[in-house]
Design a protein. Sequence first.
Length: 272
Amino acid sequence: MRPDEFRHALSLLPAPLYDRALPLRRYIFRTTCPQCQRIGDAVTLALTAAHYDQLASAGQLLDNATRLAEEHGTDCRPRPEPERGRGQVQRWAAASAPVVAATDASWKGRAGGIGYVVSDGRYGLRSRGTGRLDPTGASRVLINELRAVDFLLTAYDDPPPAMTVLVDSLSALRWLHRWQSGAVANMPAGYSLRRRRWSDRPTLVRLADQVSRRPDLSFRHVKAHSGHALNEAADGLSHMARRRVGESFDVRPRARALAEAFLRDWHASLIH
């Protein structure tokens, strides 16, 4: 469960369950500790039960999670595992310059990839494919450009104030500005709004809602393949993710090396 999904699920709980679930927040993320994972699984099941109005079951599951947490004690602080497809170059984590990010998407045939890189060292890439239940519709490239922005924003509990997000798709930029102005009911042509298996809301619905509530975020256009370090990094990550659909290779060291190289160029350019 992502941080934004947990916050949304938590906001739907009645007050008594909310107060019991909140102290267990740290257990909902993937962790290297099996006991912490058991506690987190119980919390996640409780939130799912509450979503379906099974409040008695949700209460019992939270009771079980609380008991397990008390038995486990406070000596173990669950350390989240890095989410698959995400990473951070730590040398830039404390950079004082304004936070700038770039996102991109790549599609060829039935395989796609999305990627992002941020001046604070964060980066991510994710592969995508098509299938019978693919909700994308006709605007596949546009929608994946927007999914890349959502992938970036969900890397944070709360995106940094005044963060600049660079996109090389003018169509995606127009949609982001439209949603930021409040037109959140509008979606790209053909995009399915049916309920998703793993989330209450489709990705673009969630994205539209988030950007509408964050007027401080700045979405700007950057020309593709113009040598902009962050855009080139996001482009490279999205292509790497797309290739991974049909090829077998360890993407993690390659992604980190690519992000690190372009981030080094980006930060060097700020000095001059």
